[in-house]
Design a protein around this ligand. Structure first.
Ligand code: FMN
Ligand code: SF4
Ligand code: SF4
Length: 254
């Protein structure tokens, strides 16, 4: 078994590592953007594929990872896990459908509610206490799920037809344009000091330093990793001002 995850602010990393270790202490969870993920995918028969939901869809990087390695999915057993701030309808189902197209057997779908990673939109922010509570509930759900899987009962979150209708009507129909392709909408303010943190972290190599300032290209997969990590709060995407930077580590150890 292997866990392959994409995670912008750490939520999906935590959930994948927890589920994988509960199921098999010797198994590993690896980030999707690394070479190890492809190597592991070719070797293992059971994959937990995990990612944060974006507008009830999988991030473009995740859809590309699936498509770019299409031949490797044939006959793999896959559990699709989607983390989300609130709701996604068929967050797990949207990658499951793509994987099935390439010959994977979908054994389950799992939806885990975690703190919302969009840190430049006030409406989506919750208190630290609320976020800790959300993480505790998520951990309980993962523990229960691992217990059930050990008994051969896989969760089916997001895999039913009505989940697909919910995901479509509540989000994808209206917001598909935002996640259809990589985006060029990253904004970097004059507060940037050129420290290079964001350029080291971006999974897409979308950020570079020019004349001691960070500069963004058109390959952003909207993961909010750089936005949450910039020490000067100089990067925004959907909003114009940072409300509170997000990271699983901030709440998770409590
Ligand atoms: C661009 C974007 C769109 C999002 N869309 C949704 C959504 O449609 N529904 C939802 O419940 N959460 C949504 N979220 C919240 C994330 O899915 C959630 O916080 C996730 O756990 C982040 O995981 P990560 O820390 O592994 O990146 C969105 C986050 C981002 C950055
Ligand atoms: S992390 Fe922030 S301050 Fe550092 S280079 Fe990137 S935008 Fe500039
Ligand atoms: S530019 Fe920032 S938000 Fe976009 S992919 Fe890179 S790290 Fe993620």
């Amino acid at each position: 078994m292997i866990g392959i995850y994409f995670s912008g602010t750490g939520n999906t990393k935590h959930c994948t590592e927890k589920l994988v270790h509960l199921l098999d202490e010797t198994a590993q969870a690896v980030p999707m953007e690394t070479k190890e993920a492809v190597e592991a995918l070719s070797r293992q028969n059971f994959v937990i594929l995990a990612y944060p939901v974006q507008y009830s869809n999988a991030p473009v990087l995740v859809r590309d990872f699936i498509t770019n390695h299409a031949p490797l999915w044939k006959d793999k057993k896959v559990l699709c896990m989607a983390t989300m701030g609130l709701f996604s309808g068929d967050g797990a189902g949207c990658s499951a459908r793509l994987l099935k197209k390439y010959g994977a057997e979908i054994v389950g779908g799992l939806h885990i509610v975690m703190p919302d990673s969009i840190c430049d939109v006030k409406l989506l922010k919750r208190s630290a206490e609320k976020n800790r509570k959300i993480i505790r509930a998520a951990d309980r759900k993962i523990e229960k799920c691992a217990e059930n899987i050990r008994r051969g009962n896989y969760p089916k979150d997001g895999l039913y037809f009505y989940d697909r209708i919910a995901g479509l009507l509540c989000q994808r129909l209206w917001f598909y344009g935002k996640t259809k392709d990589y985006t060029d909408q990253i904004k970097i303010s004059d507060a940037c000091t050129g420290c290079g943190t964001c350029t080291r972290l971006c999974p897409m190599g979308n950020l570079s330093l020019k004349d001691n300032r960070a500069s963004a290209g058109n390959r952003c997969t909207m993961c909010y990793r750089c936005i949450s990590a910039c020490p000067m709060q100089a990067i925004t995407l959907l909003g114009d001002r940072i409300v509170e930077q997000c990271s699983y580590d901030k709440y998770g150890s409590a």
